[in-house]
Design a protein around this ligand. Structure first.
Ligand SMILES: *Cc1c(COP(=O)(O)O)cnc(C)c1O
Length: 358
């Protein structure tokens, strides 16, 4: 039996994608072999890789001014690859810190240069986004990095900030959940395992004119220019993950693209936040203006009931609702692949639980 899986990542995938992968497991479209068994240099995989890139470009509206890379090392690898590839001789960069992931990105970047923290929400316990008018961006910084959606704290940017330097953004957990004006960004990156596929592959969309000689000592696999030249195949890429990402992209197109998927994400998140707001038993600490549509943390009025809540939820097939250890309570991740029925089942359970224990 399939459950409703609210995991933050690796996370739920569209069932139609898994069924398709099963159908194609032993014999990919008459090739007589599984995608896992194919040469990454052969014609079949070439078709898979090219279709995935074309679908990504079409869904997001990525122009020819940008390269699309499919790499390994996750978003965490990019925390280092970005400064290694984009820094100039001054080696300065700006970071906005709105939660655990942007904090980690800034800490990693410090190995390569001078990091200016343009703003941080730490004093508010990462429950809000500091007013952009108060950000202090160093004009000598090569870029301004921020995280569109903080997966742990549940804080999401509903706007694209203005800046005098290129914007670099970690979209790992809200990538493809809404339309994005890609041309506002210098670089966008996203690990697949939240909203786009299985763990083990990360997409990097980078404006062509930002590429320069990387810092001395940059390993070849982290060198964007070498990866561009090699079509993201400087070494053997994670072929099966790439294929699955391709199936998810195709599924997104069938759903009507990002405008349609955003509509559904709004509906799902409003349903869940509405239930939390309507109750004195459940609480979400985040500034309502910046609540994430993807990751919804909430606490119970009595934390002693947490274990009972999780146990009873799990018995109903509502799983992986335990909050991150740094935040406590619960967290429901409701990515693109979570059907509205899953959110309805969660809300019904929450209301019933409150009636019995509240
Ligand atoms: C999960 C996550 C990461 C880390 O991804 P890895 O693939 O484990 O490196 C980074 N940033 C955000 C926003 C995430 O949600």
């Amino acid at each position: 039996m399939r459950v409703y899986n609210f995991s933050a990542g690796p996370a739920v995938l569209p069932e139609a994608v898994l069924v398709r992968a099963r159908e194609e497991m032993l014999d990919w479209r008459g090739s007589g072999m599984s995608v896992m068994e194919m040469s990454h240099r052969g014609p079949h995989f070439k078709q898979i890789a090219e279709t995935a890139e074309a679908d990504l470009r079409e869904l997001l509206g990525v122009s020819e001014d940008y390269h699309c890379l499919f790499l390994q090392g996750g978003a965490t690898g990019q925390f280092a690859a970005i400064p290694m590839n984009l820094l100039d001789d001054k080696r300065k960069m700006n970071y906005v810190v709105t939660g655990s992931w942007s904090k980690k990105a800034a800490a990693e970047a410090k190995q390569y240069g001078e990091v200016r923290i343009a703003a941080t929400g730490e004093a508010e316990n990462f429950t809000t986004i500091p007013d952009p008018a108060s950000w202090r961006v160093d004009p000598e910084g090569v870029y301004l990095h921020y995280t569109t959606n903080e997966t742990i704290g549940g804080v999401e940017f509903p706007f694209v900030p203005e800046a005098d330097c290129p914007l670099v953004t970690d979209m790992s957990s809200d990538f493809l959940s809404r339309p994005v004006a890609v041309n506002r960004f210098g670089l966008i990156y996203a690990g697949a395992q939240k909203n786009m596929g299985p763990a083990g592959i990360v997409v990097v969309i980078v404006r062509k004119d930002l590429l320069r000689d990387p810092l001395p000592g940059t390993p070849s696999i982290w060198d964007y220019r070498k990866q561009v030249e090699a079509g993201s195949m400087l070494n053997t890429p994670p072929t099966y993950n790439w294929y699955l990402v391709g199936l998810v992209l195709e599924w997104l197109r069938e759903q009507g693209g990002l405008v349609a998927i955003e509509r559904r994400n709004i509906e799902k998140s409003e349903l869940l936040y509405g239930a939390i707001e309507a109750s004195d038993f459940y609480r979400n600490p985040v500034d309502p203006r910046y609540r994430s549509r993807m990751n919804v943390p909430f606490t119970l009025a009595d934390p002693a009931l947490d274990a009972t809540f999780l146990k009873e939820a799990s018995e109903r097939g509502l799983v992986n609702l335990k909050g991150h250890r740094s935040v406590g309570g619960m967290r429901a991740s409701i990515y693109n692949a979570m059907p509205i029925e899953g959110v309805k089942a969660l809300v019904d359970f929450m209301q019933e639980f409150e009636r019995r224990y509240g």
